[in-house]
Write a protein that binds this ligand. Structure first.
Ligand code: URP
Ligand code: ZN
Ligand code: ZN
Length: 459
């Protein structure tokens, strides 16, 4: 199957050009001016941009959390991702406490294999660092699961102490894996949260106020220092607070291999969104939404490359039937927000349309940097030989985000009623059109597991 995409503007992270793109099978075969070649199908992209399919390196399909499961399956979640221009996700497999990494990985393969609609990889959450688990890390890196998430948050669930984190970092320094850190001081946060509930402050708003941004800054500094001594690179996930950004900036200025992502919720939403009684449960995630002034600093961080990636931390729970498990106690609200479908358009609207950064930087943040940092050399670029994950993007299309029209399997949207400019018209996943004119053309199970390489250029 040969598809010729004519008259588009190719936006890569490093260059923009007017070109035609020939897709042959699953790959990009040729890029050139006014290509006049036989093809099974021609797509006219006049007035449109061609961008590499976006990569979301932080999703949680079917994650067990807070006594329930994140609602999107690999099928529904990856389909929704594709509608929004995302053609690759990296999801977090979870080591069961007391169990092995292998058990967790196999469980995630059972959820994803034969179900995902676009390509996917896995990180591994380590919730129980033991000698045998450290040994297992080497094997996982060799088979393409090259990154590991540990937590200074959620005591009793995913929490690891500093010694455990340090040991995992030492191991990754040897085997080339990348340690990803959820950096909040969970022990101190749990004290404050308990005091709030004892004082009768049970609304979701207090989830936000009990998780001080200072305790995100403290934990971020701590894990960066642990990584420095271990001689390992470190990647901070879902960074939300100015104090944490300052620590990443300081480390990078000193030449340390410290990296970080933020998420749309921290750029577009704020603590105020949590203040409307139990409605605030729709916005309960960790780290929490911050007072609005943090967001402007995060935008600057994206411009200056203090932050390298925007992911979603997509972890959807219905408002009715899931979030309301915490109606009487904010600590019982399952943590997480939906967003896998909205990231590309939100970042285009808030970043490019608002003049904060160029279309190329947008592509870098949503696709090229994720590919480089997470070992996906055939993704994140429109180039000859790359996978034909291509989005024909209309930079002028205005639309309104709503739960009534989104494709994520969740009963609300965090961005309900927000108008954005920019949208995916046609989406190709390895050469196959999966979305066109708002219609689904893909198929369940077409997504492939990606054996990732070790991260590139971290030192
Ligand atoms: O609230 C969140 N972020 N839920 C997902 C789990 C995590 O910590 O990433
Ligand atoms: Zn986390
Ligand atoms: Zn997460």
């Amino acid at each position: 199957m040969r598809t010729l995409i004519k008259n588009g503007t190719v936006i890569n992270a490093d260059a923009t050009s007017r070109a035609d793109v020939l897709v042959d099978g699953e790959q990009i075969a040729l890029i050139g001016q006014e290509l006049d070649l036989g093809a099974d199908r021609t797509i006219d992209a006049s007035g449109k941009w061609l961008i590499p399919g976006a990569i979301d390196v932080h999703t949680h399909m079917e994650l067990p959390f807070g006594g329930t499961f994140a609602k999107d399956t690999f099928e529904s979640g990856t389909r929704a991702a594709a509608f929004g221009g995302t053609t690759t996700i990296i999801d977090f497999a979870v080591q069961p406490r007391g169990g092995s990494l292998r058990e967790g990985l196999e469980a995630w393969h059972r959820k994803a294999d034969g179900n995902a609609c676009v390509d996917y990889g896995f990180h591994m959450i380590i919730s129980d660092v033991r000698d045998d688990v450290l040994d297992e890390m080497d094997g996982l890196v060799d088979e393409g699961v090259t990154s590991f998430k540990l937590f200074t948050a959620y005591p009793g669930v995913f929490f690891s102490d500093d010694g455990a984190i340090f040991r995992a970092m030492q191991r990754s320094a040897r085997n080339g894996g990348l340690i990803m850190m959820h950096a909040e001081n969970g022990l101190a946060i749990d004290v404050v949260a308990g005091q709030e509930v004892a004082a009768g402050h049970t609304d979701p708003y207090y989830h936000g106020t009990s998780r001080s941004p200072v305790l995100e800054g403290e934990a971020t500094n701590r894990v960066i220092r642990l990584a420095e001594v271990a001689g390992a690179p470190v990647y901070i996930v879902h960074l939300s607070a100015r104090q944490a950004l300052d620590e990443v900036r300081r480390a990078r200025d000193a030449g340390l291999p410290a990296f970080a992502e933020t998420c749309p919720q921290y750029l577009f939403l704020s603590l105020e969104d949590m203040g409307n009684g139990f409605e605030g449960a729709k916005f309960v995630c960790s780290p929490p939404l911050r007072p609005a002034d943090h967001a402007e600093e995060l935008w600057k961080g994206l411009v200056r490359d203090d932050l390298q990636v925007v992911s979603t931390d997509h972890c959807p729970f219905d408002f009715h039937g899931q979030k309301d498990l915490g109606r009487d106690d904010f600590r019982k609200v399952p943590n997480g927000l939906p967003g896998v479908e909205n990231r590309v358009d939100l970042l285009h609207d808030g970043g490019v349309v608002r003049g904060r950064f160029s279309p190329n930087r947008w592509v870098e943040l949503i696709s090229s940097a994720p590919a480089r940092l997470f070992g996906l050399p055939r993704k994140g670029v429109i180039g000859v030989g790359a996978d034909a994950d291509i989005v024909v993007y209309d930079p002028a299309r205005r639309h309104t985000i709503s739960a009534s029209t989104h494709h994520m399997d969740v009963d609300y949207s965090c961005y309900e009623g927000r108008e954005v400019t920019g949208g995916a018209d046609v989406v190709l996943s390895r050469g196959t059109v999966v979305v066109e004119g708002g219609e689904w053309r893909g198929s369940k199970g077409a997504g492939r597991f990606l054996r990732r390489e070790r991260s590139a250029n971290l030192h």
